[in-house]
Design a protein around this ligand. Structure first.
Ligand code: FES
Length: 56
């Protein structure tokens, strides 16, 4: 599912970033540009990040 429409970032991409060592929204923003346009995806992206980290 797409999390960030502006930058075409899916939950799968966030999952991959986490398995590559991403642990924070700041790092997600850096590597995938999540939330850098309209910002509406921020809370959903944060939730997906938290879920991925809890599965690690
Ligand atoms: Fe993510 Fe707009 S939907 S910045």
């Amino acid at each position: 599912m797409i999390v960030c429409i502006c930058n075409n970032v899916s939950d799968r991409k966030i999952e991959q970033a986490v398995s590559n060592g991403t642990t924070s929204m700041a790092q997600l923003r850096e590597c995938l540009a999540v939330g850098t346009c309209c910002g509406k995806c921020h809370s959903h992206a944060k939730q997906v990040l938290r879920e991925c980290l809890s599965l690690q």
